[in-house]
Design a protein around this ligand. Structure first.
Ligand SMILES: Nc1ncnc2c1ncn2[C@@H]1O[C@H](COP(=O)(O)OP(=O)(O)O)[C@@H](O)[C@H]1O
Ligand SMILES: [Mg+2]
Length: 158
């Protein structure tokens, strides 16, 4: 389910990077699951835990990554009206990591900066999902276009 037409409006952890950067690492394996229901969130959490362990992440990092994934999966379902999560096992030299991509064809986000503000919610949440996910990961990227959809990518390295 590629979001081919989505324009890059990237927000990287490095604030001076205005362009979408090629994510680090080479994906050696990938798997995609649907995100439509609460049961899919449970499956997403279990898969992310499994892949994080396989990448060699420690227990604390595993938990941070699962927490971030859980928030993004929930956003995909609630705001994006459903979508997918793709897992990729990353190799970069001897380094190992996991990249997760959440994609939906929902309404998109008009103001990404506002959406990333701690405490901002357009619904009834805590407004800490996106900002929290960004803090809990080593890489964070969001691309969204109103009327077309949203793609959020996170990665965590050992
Ligand atoms: N996939 C998405 N599609 C559309 N809007 C989204 C998506 N993810 C997040 N948003 C918007 O960003 C806001 C902030 O998200 P988040 O930080 O997770 O807080 P919360 O889920 O508590 O509202 C949401 O309230 C929503 O307006
Ligand atoms: Mg949320």
């Amino acid at each position: 389910m590629p979001l081919a037409k989505v324009e890059p409006v990237a927000m990287w952890t490095e604030p001076d990077l205005l362009q979408v950067r090629q994510p680090a690492g080479r994906a050696v394996r990938e798997e995609t699951i649907p995100l439509q229901s609460e049961a899919d969130i449970v499956q997403a959490r279990q898969l992310v835990r499994k892949w994080a362990i396989e990448a060699g992440l420690g227990l604390v990092d595993q938990t941070k990554f699962v927490t971030a994934a859980s928030e993004l999966a929930r956003n995909t379902i609630i705001y994006g009206k459903g979508g997918i999560m793709r897992l990729q096992m990353l190799h970069e030299g001897v380094r190992r990591g996991v990249r997760l991509t959440f994609e939906d064809k929902g309404p998109g986000i008009a103001d990404i900066k506002q959406a990333l503000t701690d405490g901002y919610t357009s619904g009834s949440g805590m407004g800490l999902g996106l900002s929290g996910a960004k803090r809990l990961c080593n890489e964070f990227d969001i691309v969204s276009k109103v009327g077309e959809g949203t793609r959020v990518m996170i990665a965590r390295w050992k």
